[in-house]
Ligand binder design. Structure first.
Ligand code: GDP
Ligand code: MG
Length: 440
């Protein structure tokens, strides 16, 4: 899948100390292939790669980031852009009652999404009114009535002998009388776009003051969803897109192409059949999820803000050489205090984030840090460089000297050894750790 593919590309990039245009070009070829395999529109993939390349080659080198990290950051930024940039809320202010029309092909999820959206809006204090306007299938009206009952949300008593635009007029009047502030019109869909369907929707759009026309598309249909969205959008003035069945879409091609092709933002995603399975679409979060590296990205941002690159390099080198002593640990604590947590420092070391997923890294809290600092300061230089010599009587002395307990001292030594063990796994080199015997 796309996440795995991109991760592979980035892993290679991170391995380089410096990136040449060659390196970038190769990585970008792979990114493009990954996007195409994810069913992203061809032109979108091509433009994406061109933009990233241009930015990667042109951008000034930031002190805190390695060139590889820099490219990852640019890819992330561009993914966010591709997904729409900012979170787009539906329009609920302005003229009341607000009228939202759902449009899309049959089976895309209009009726279900109407129910989900009504529920979401009700929870926000709105008073939704569900309006069935699919008069071709009696079951469609009933489907919405059932949803309304379950949600305790009123449903307009539509009948199949009244034209959809008429239903909408009546529902609007009814809403005004009953003080419902949000109408959700569930329209009919066809298996394919046809003129009759488009005319019906256009008629509603011309007659009713719609604040939103949400095009509902099944994400699992990939580029078809994008093509149909584009067609709808050129006939109707679509204001936003709902991508349903996202949880079943392993590839993500529709999500990554639809904004770029239609110019209309994704506003919600459906992630299941349940009535709670609707989420506001956040480009930032989705991009991070696609990259499979949400944490790493925040880390990169934090690192940029705080840690100086030289310091990080020094640690990385020591960790690699397995020469990371308690003294270095103490240095780290100074940095950690600036940065937030031990993990984040460790993340600066390539390869470690993978490992972190497998094994819990000790996460000292603020108080722990202060204690740890005091404990290491109470050690002699020799002890700091060879923690194995710290026997019971030394532990006792250190505890007394730092105003802590032997238990505290033990904990510090333990978390330090944990870290060493982890380093050893990463570097894969036996033996070299100062004073630590290698165990099988
Ligand atoms: P409509 O014809 O556009 O009104 O589509 P429906 O709302 O009747 O939905 C068609 C089918 O898709 C139903 O079985 C829904 O339960 C299902 N569905 C809708 N949204 C989602 C979603 O986000 N995830 C999943 N897995 N199924 C969905
Ligand atoms: Mg329906």
């Amino acid at each position: 899948n796309l996440s795995d593919r991109l991760e592979g590309v980035f892993k290679k990039l991170r391995g380089h100390g410096k990136l040449s245009e060659e390196n970038i070009a190769e990585a970008m070829r792979e990114v493009r292939t990954a996007l195409l395999e994810a069913d992203v529109n061809f032109k979108v993939a091509k433009d994406f790669v061109a933009t990233v390349t241009q930015k990667a080659v042109g951008r000034e080198v930031s002190g805190a980031l390695s060139p590889g990290q820099q490219v990852i950051k640019i890819v992330h930024e561009e993914l966010v852009e591709l997904l729409g940039g900012v979170t787009e809320q539906i329009e609920l202010d302005g003229r009341q009652p607000v009228v939202i029309m759902m449009a899309g092909l049959q089976g895309s999820g209009k009726t279900t999404t109407s129910g989900k959206l009504a529920k979401m809006l009700k929870a926000k204090g709105r008073k939704p009114y569900l309006v069935p306007a699919d008069i071709y299938r009696p079951a469609a009206i009933e489907q919405l009535q059932v949803l309304g009952e379950r949600l305790e949300i009123p449903v307009h008593p539509s009948t199949t002998d009244i034209k959809p635009v008429e239903i909408c007029h009546q529902a609007l009047k009814e809403a005004e009388v009953r003080n419902y502030d949000t109408l959700i019109i569930d329209t009919a869909g066809r298996l394919h776009i046809d003129e009759a369907l488009m005319d019906e929707l256009k008629e509603i759009q011309a007659a009713i003051p719609l604040s939103e026309v949400l095009f509902v598309a099944d994400a699992m249909t990939g580029q078809d969803a994008v093509t149909v969205a584009d067609k709808f959008n050129s006939d109707l003035e679509v204001s936003g897109i709902v991508l349903t069945k996202m949880e079943g879409d392993a590839r993500g091609g529709a999500a990554l192409s639809i904004k770029n092709i239609t110019g209309k933002p994704i506003k919600f995603v459906g992630i299941g059949e349940g009535l709670d399975d609707l989420e506001v679409f956040h480009p930032e979060r989705v991009a991070s999820r696609i990259l499979g590296m949400g944490d790493i990205l925040t880390l990169i941002e934090k690192a940029e803000a705080v840690v100086d690159k030289k310091e990080a390099d020094k640690i990385a080198k020591k960790l690699k050489k397995n020469k990371f002593t308690l003294e270095d640990f103490l240095d780290q604590i100074q940095q950690i205090k600036k940065m937030g947590s031990l993990d984040q420092i460790l993340d600066m070391v390539p390869g470690i984030s993978k490992l972190k997923k497998l094994k819990d890294v000790p996460k000292p809290d603020e108080k722990e840090l202060v204690k740890t600092e005091a404990i290491i300061r109470s050690m002699t230089i020799k002890e700091r460089r060879n923690h194995q010599m710290i026997n019971a009587s030394r532990r006792k002395r250190i505890a007394a000297g730092s105003g802590t307990t032997i238990g505290d001292v033990n904990r510090v030594l333990k978390s330090y050894s944990e870290m060493l063990k982890m380093m050893k796994k990463i570097s894969g080199k036996p033996g070299a750790i100062t004073g630590v015997k290698r165990r099988k």
